[in-house]
Design a protein around this ligand. Structure first.
Ligand code: GLY
Length: 361
């Protein structure tokens, strides 16, 4: 078993990583929820047939009364309407303030169930059991929970840290190659921003099967980097921004594809290449970085180039709105394994981006 502790004062929690952990969810949840009687296990229609029964059995074996709540798979479930339905189901189940929520699934389930936990009855405890690679290395750790609003994604949310995160790398075996690659973009990102050796290791692994041979170590490395960043900047006012390496331009690709043409990971992959090119053009990032990143992304069948309209890029980066403020922070690589947010003049950034855009188009 690999264990990491997110030592936030008064809200400390462990991340446990081990194959087969789903079947031992009961004992670990009981350890952190000694007073809870009822657990509302929120999952989605893809994950429920695979793992809900197993997790419910494990939780019941230590005396919890368990209710499974299944939402339709997909981003559309991160809605106010679905949140309202969750509240209703949790309250009809008899959830009290000493009870807890379990989020069993990917990022959508973690964000939605986490936000329900943060707000129902003015906040109850919750446990994250992430089942996708993206959720295991990113969204289940760090306490950001949210739903989408008609005005945009993640616009209503909270910082609400879980009591425990349980990761079973065997859950990754049931992911399609596309969903696995989606998570690999974030895995590669950790190498880029904080760990060159890890980046080189991912290069050597050469693909999904190589990573799966070392799955516990890979999850541990990613979560350890995220843990350190969250400890330094829980509320996302500075350093936490480095986790968004590649996400700024990636957001433009997601927006241009109406969140359908490209997965988040695919968009982030191509966004990291853009960020490397921009850094190289500005003389911040050593030359040749984009080729290095592209070579690893390709091993994990991630795109290195996505086209989108210039106007969408300007809008997604917020350059249309931020002009008046005179500056914008953009995460660039000082070297492979070290990223920093760089405060840049908006006009200068627009000009450089336009140059890169014209080279790409
Ligand atoms: N996913 C980025 C963060 O947790 O801050």
């Amino acid at each position: 078993m690999k264990t990491l502790t997110v030592a936030l004062p008064g809200r400390e929690y462990d991340i446990l990583i081990e194959k087969g952990l789903l079947d031992r969810a009961g004992e670990y949840c009981r350890g952190v929820l000694p007073k809870a009687k009822r657990l509302a296990v929120v999952t989605d229609s893809n994950v429920a047939p695979l793992y809900l029964q197993r997790v419910q059995t494990a939780l019941k074996s230590v005396g919890f009364v368990v209710e499974g709540i299944v939402v339709p798979a997909g981003e559309a479930s991160k809605s106010l309407e679905m949140l309202g339905r969750l509240y209703d189901q949790m309250l009809s189940f008899g959830l009290s303030r000493t009870d807890a929520v379990v989020a069993l699934g990917g990022g959508v389930v973690g964000d939605l169930a986490g936000f329900a936990a943060a707000t129902v009855l003015r906040g109850v405890d919750y446990v994250q059991i992430p089942t996708t690679l993206l959720a295991q290395v990113d969204s289940s750790v760090g306490g950001k929970v949210a739903i989408d609003l008609p005005a945009g994604k993640n616009l209503a949310g909270a910082f609400w840290q879980p009591k425990l995160v349980l990761m079973d790398p065997e859950c990754l075996n049931t992911l399609s190659d596309k969903v696995f690659s989606d998570g690999m973009a974030e895995v590669i990102k950790y190498g880029c921003i904080r760990d060159k050796e890890f980046f080189d290791f991912l290069d050597q692994c050469g693909g999904r099967s190589g990573v799966m041979e070392h799955s516990e170590q890979v999850l541990h490395t990613c979560c350890d980097i995220k843990r350190q960043v969250v400890l330094a900047d829980e509320r996302d006012t500075g350093l936490r921004m480095i986790l968004n390496f590649g996400h700024t331009v990636g957001h433009a690709f997601e927006l241009a594809g109406h969140y359908e043409d490209w997965t988040h990971g695919q968009a982030v992959a191509a966004g990291m290449v853009w960020a490397a090119r921009l850094g190289e053009m500005l003389g911040v990032t050593p030359a040749g970085m984009q080729e290095k990143i592209c070579a690893v992304l390709e091993k994990y069948t991630l795109p290195t180039r996505i086209l989108c309209p210039w106007e969408t890029m300007v809008e997604a980066i917020g350059l249309d709105k931020k002009r008046a403020e005179g500056g914008i922070s953009f995460v660039l690589l000082d070297r492979l394994g070290w990223a920093e947010p760089k405060k840049m003049n908006t006009d200068q950034l627009l000009e450089q981006l336009k140059r890169l855009y014209e080279e790409t188009a």
